[in-house]
Design a protein around this ligand. Structure first.
Ligand SMILES: Nc1ncnc2c1ncn2[C@@H]1O[C@H](COP(=O)(O)OP(=O)(O)OP(=O)(O)O)[C@@H](O)[C@H]1O
Length: 285
């Protein structure tokens, strides 16, 4: 069973006498949960994410229950003498994959993110967007139990952004936790289990409805689950509404921008759900 990562009384300041950036942070990240972190510029979001990712240690307080963690930093260091594929394969082996499995996973993720054409390009010659795809791929390679994403969507093209949203749904669907910061308030809107704001040097849990599901076009999805199975929690969160229409049959309404994430969540559920029908609300009448 995957451990729950916990921060208790955590504080961080830089330098012996630097001001406290964060103090008194108590936070648990449950397996399978999606957590959004918000806050104004320079409030300490990246500091918190580095602590969660385990690449920085708190000045005070305790971090316990570290799961297998992967991290997409705000700035990815590309100045390494490797091609994208060799770099990712190497990192895959560092994460515990065999060389063969790492090479396969590297190829699959470059393909999914639309960067297969850059597999043999040295990291130093990649554009900013392609570098970001490598940064995302290195974090997803080994199916981490905790995925920490610091502005990971920034610089990606629309297809890769959608692919990363699907990857997040897959991780949480598989029981992993995902913590993310993103400047777009609509990112994964409606999906997070918890939203925290970094303000005045500490963390505040946002109560009330999480980020509202955006207005705009909707899609209606008819699904049939395995006998007796409850609708997967991730699907329930992404959907704007869900209605049980018969034994195992549900009709879900979802923002069109989130329909891909919803479908992927259902199709990758274990056991998978059968998508019976996808249509617009107008067709439904
Ligand atoms: N390595 C460091 N050394 C010294 N000070 C740092 C370091 N990293 C962050 N800080 C300081 O800590 C504070 C919080 O920075 P942090 O990058 O965590 O905030 P943020 O909310 O992620 O900001 P942004 O939204 O601009 O990315 C800032 O005052 C920053 O200057």
């Amino acid at each position: 069973m995957q451990p729950e990562l916990r921060l208790d009384g955590v504080g961080r300041r830089y330098g012996l006498r630097g001001p406290w950036v964060l103090r008194g942070v108590d936070l648990g990240v449950e397996p399978g949960s999606l957590v959004r972190v918000e806050g104004a510029n320079g409030t300490g979001k990246s500091t918190l994410l580095r602590l969660l990712a385990g690449i920085d240690a708190p000045t005070e307080g305790r971090v316990t229950g570290r799961p297998r963690t992967a991290y997409v930093p705000e700035r990815f260091p590309p100045a390494l003498p490797f091609t994208a594929a060799r770099y990712l394969t190497h990192l895959g082996t560092v994460h515990g994959l065999t060389r063969r499995a790492a090479a396969r996973a590297a190829g699959e993720w470059l393909e999914r993110l639309g960067a297969a054409g850059y597999a043999d390009t040295p990291l130093t010659r990649l554009s900013k967007g392609s570098s970001q795809k490598v940064a995302v791929a290195q974090a997803l390679l080994a199916e981490p139990e905790l995925l920490v994403l610091d502005e990971a969507w920034t610089g990606l093209d629309a297809d890769a952004r959608a692919e990363l949203e699907r990857a997040v749904a897959e991780r949480t669907g598989a029981g992993g936790a995902v913590v993310f910061v993103d400047h777009d308030p609509g990112r994964l809107a409606g999906a997070p289990d918890a939203v925290y704001t970094v303000r005045e040097g500490t963390l505040h849990r946002r109560t009330g409805p999480a980020t509202p599901v955006p207005d705009g076009p909707r899609v209606v999805v008819g699904v049939q689950g395995p006998p007796g199975a409850a609708l997967p929690a991730d699907a329930r969160r992404v959907a704007a509404s869900a209605e049980e229409t018969g034994p195992g049959s549900h009709t879900l309404t979802v923002a069109a921008s989130h329909s891909d994430v919803l479908l992927r969540t259902l199709l990758t559920a274990r056991p998978p759900w059968h998508v019976v029908r996808v249509h617009t609300p107008e067709d439904h009448r």
